[in-house]
Write a protein that binds this ligand. Structure first.
Ligand code: MG
Ligand code: ZN
Length: 324
């Protein structure tokens, strides 16, 4: 689970806003990762997510490729080949940097129409994301939704998460929006329910097990906008989503849950407020920063995630936990 732009100050602010019921209290295996990319101390989300998906540093803006631009084999591809089920649930478009880095291999994150094509190259079992317009209504006139259906996917539009498309018998895609989904403060509520839906689907999809990437995509955008109310709503939404996953994992007993961010965003400082127990959330930049990022783990092999390590180590620790 990736809170984009979520580092220690975002988690701290959430802890104070949410009070004693905040979900981060539930974790006892906690570590930190260093998030720098191959060419910059301050990473972007493309290099950040490529580090998680491929276990390699790359240049800022690069999607699922090495610095020399060769494709890196990602965890989704590896696990699909080995018979695991895989999925992603995000609150941005499917072609946005974080989900793209688990599926696509492209020189730049801005090549979103090309990134959409890679969803027909890399097998996956479920995707819940915005960005339907990158798949249908494209400049090149290709209808990638027809192509997905031809490949056996059930494809649905909308943000109601009542039932699994294709009755759970087919891989599926749910487009929650034509473009970017709304903000959590602007009426978007699907992330916890979509995550529950994906978990229940993936658990049944393969005997071997599954890999699910869930992203609270807009925590980062609130940071860029220096908007503390937006940040608060996104952190609350991500909290509810982590809660849903931990409930699943506690019942299931075989699921390792890893919650982290890709980098800090906004240089958030928690300064003295007006009252004794009050604080002010103040941003110092509209960009990302190089602050360490916390890693929270729960379930089998969770203790592997304590300590301080590089972001690429999250990939190798996941492989180790899988015994692969
Ligand atoms: Mg992202
Ligand atoms: Zn960002």
């Amino acid at each position: 689970m990736i809170g984009d732009g979520m580092a220690l100050s975002q988690v701290s602010a959430h802890w104070y806003w949410e009070g004693p019921d905040n979900i981060f209290r539930q974790f006892s295996s906690i570590g930190f990762h260093t998030s720098h990319s191959s060419d910059n101390l301050v990473t972007d989300s493309a290099a950040g997510a490529t580090a998680f998906s491929c276990g390699h540093k790359t240049t800022n803006g690069a999607i699922g490729i090495y610095p020399d631009e060769a494709s890196c084999g990602g965890i989704v591809e590896d696990l699909e080949k080995a018979g695991y089920a895989t999925g992603m649930v995000v609150t941005c478009t499917a072609t946005h940097a974080t989900p793209a880095s688990f599926i696509a291999h492209r020189e730049l994150r801005a090549f979103t129409d090309e990134i959409a094509l890679d969803y027909l190259q890399t097998p996956f079992d479920c995707l819940i994301a915005g960005g339907e317009n990158n798949f249908r209504g494209r400049l090149d006139k290709k209808d990638l939704i027809d192509s997905l259906i031809a490949r056996g996917y059930a494809v649905k539009s909308g943000s109601q998460m009542k039932e699994i498309p294709g009755k759970g018998e087919k891989p599926f895609v749910i487009f929650t929006d034509k473009q970017e989904p709304p903000t959590a403060s602007g009426g978007r509520t699907y992330l916890p329910g979509a995550t529950r839906l994906a978990l229940n689907f993936l658990k049944k999809r393969s005997e071997k097990g599954f890999f699910l990437m869930v992203e609270g995509s807009q925590i980062d955008w609130a940071g860029h906008a220096n908007d503390r109310n937006w940040l608060r709503a996104e952190m609350h939404d991500f909290d509810r989503t982590i809660r849903a996953v931990l409930e699943f994992a506690a019942t299931d007993g075989e699921t390792l849950v890893i919650v982290t961010g890709d980098h800090e965003c906004g240089g958030l400082a928690l300064t003295k407020g007006t009252g004794k127990a009050d604080f002010k959330a103040e941003f110092s930049t509209r960009l990302h920063t190089a602050a360490w990022v916390p890693v929270f783990a729960y379930g089998p092999s969770a203790s592997m995630f304590t300590g301080v390590y590089d972001n690429t180590t999250i990939y190798s620790k996941m492989r180790e936990a899988l015994g692969r």
